[in-house]
Design a protein around this ligand. Structure first.
Ligand SMILES: NC(=O)c1ccc[n+]([C@@H]2O[C@H](COP(=O)([O-])OP(=O)(O)OC[C@H]3O[C@@H](n4cnc5c(N)ncnc54)[C@H](OP(=O)(O)O)[C@@H]3O)[C@@H](O)[C@H]2O)c1
Length: 346
């Protein structure tokens, strides 16, 4: 396993981070423990979870954090543990978002489920245009000052919003965000333009999620066959619809076929190739992998050792260059001022 510096912090982390997004729904606790064991035997020391995982699970169940906490129970100190808050955890209007009230409740809930006094990294899961950024950065600073998190970060933030947040943190002498967690893979490259240059200038750690486009980049799906199980199926409720909207189109399937051909020529599993391609980008600190079964892990872990040569990088870049363009802003939460009447439901 390779290790690297985590942004501008004094911390080093493994270049593969273990994601827990399937734990508690697609992956039961026994299988999850096997995944933890296998990943950590290979040197992974960095774990990513969130209060709302697993997506498609019961609202507020926090099952992935509970499973993670149980596995970590006698070895907490050996791992860099990151969790995220701000997602919906209950039915009240304040049970979601980046308000001071919700974030202070959310970190308490996460620590309880994870059975620990602190997390190493606490990140905002999503931007929240309803809450003033001033309120959010003050709340995140309070979380660090109380000892409940050692570092803070963001996920799914546009660069200009992260820049505004860092500006506020500097001006008010508050704890800075040190990490960004964007969606990034060979079928979704918009963050290369939108975020990476800024992240490098500011030495922000970048830990992409969704390296295999939810499994499409394993080559296991056919465009004409609707899956009954997994990320693109109805078993995960609205998640299947969201992922299909992102990736289920003929052009992307054609791109996957071309990547598969290259992988075959190079005699490397497509999963390894796609993950290694992410790691080859200088802006990327660690890639968050999301196995739903222990046997998924080997090919992803092998990416940390597989180095792309210039010719291979150029080939993959050429095939996927169109996915650098796009409309990232359409994925962002909209302010109610622009899309909804001003009345708020209790
Ligand atoms: N910040 C955020 O908003 C956000 C969002 C999503 C995820 N995440 C984090 O990032 C992690 C990874 O993201 P992701 O789950 O979207 O990653 P991904 O690698 O794009 O997709 C993971 C899915 O791919 C399939 N898969 C993985 N390895 C495979 C293999 N070797 N062979 C066949 N299928 C394989 C599995 O699908 P099936 O189970 O369907 O077979 C698995 O659930 C998550 O666990 C979570 O920690 C963060």
């Amino acid at each position: 396993m390779e290790f690297t510096r985590f942004g501008r912090t004094g911390l080093t982390v493994s270049r593969v981070c273990l994601g827990t997004g399937t734990f508690g729904k697609q992956t039961d606790e026994v299988e999850a423990f096997r995944i933890f064991d296998k990943a950590t035997e290979a040197g992974v020391n960095f774990i990513d979870t969130a209060d709302l995982y697993p997506p498609g699970g019961a609202l507020g169940s926090g099952s992935a954090e509970i499973i993670t906490g149980r596995w970590l129970s006698n070895k907490r100190g050996h791992f860099i543990l990151g969790t995220k808050g701000g997602g919906p955890m209950g039915v009240a209007s304040w049970d979601k978002g980046n308000s001071r009230k919700h974030l202070l409740d959310a970190i308490e809930g996460s620590l309880r489920r994870l059975n620990t006094d602190y997390v190493d990294l606490y990140s905002l899961h999503l931007d929240d245009p309803e809450t003033p950024l001033e309120e959010t950065v003050e709340a995140m600073d309070a979380i660090v000052r109380s000892g409940k998190a050692r570092y803070i970060g963001v996920s799914n933030f546009l660069a200009y919003r992260l820049a505004r947040a860092l500006g506020l943190q500097d001006a008010r002498k508050l704890t800075r965000f040190v990490c960004a967690q964007p969606r990034y893979n060979l079928l979704f490259r918009e963050v290369e333009r939108e975020l990476f240059r800024f992240a490098q200038e500011e030495t922000i750690a970048v830990t992409p999620y969704n390296p295999l486009a939810g499994g499409l980049l394993t080559g296991k799906y056919k465009h004409s066959v609707s899956p009954e199980k997994g990320r693109f199926s109805n078993e995960l409720g609205g998640v299947g619809k969201k992922y299909s909207g992102w990736y289920w189109d003929e052009r992307k399937f054609e791109t996957v076929e071309k990547i598969q051909e290259i992988a075959d020529q190079r005699k490397v599993p497509i999963t390894t190739l796609c993950t290694a391609w992410l790691l080859s980008n200088r802006a990327v600190t660690s890639v968050i992998v999301g196995p739903s079964r222990p046997d998924h892990l080997a090919d992803s872990l092998a990416a940390a050792e597989f180095k792309l040569d210039g010719a291979l990088e150029a080939q993959l870049d050429d095939i996927s260059v169109d996915y650098r363009k796009g409309d990232l802003e359409s994925e962002q939460p909209q302010s109610s001022a622009s899309v909804m009447p001003t009345s708020v439901k209790p």
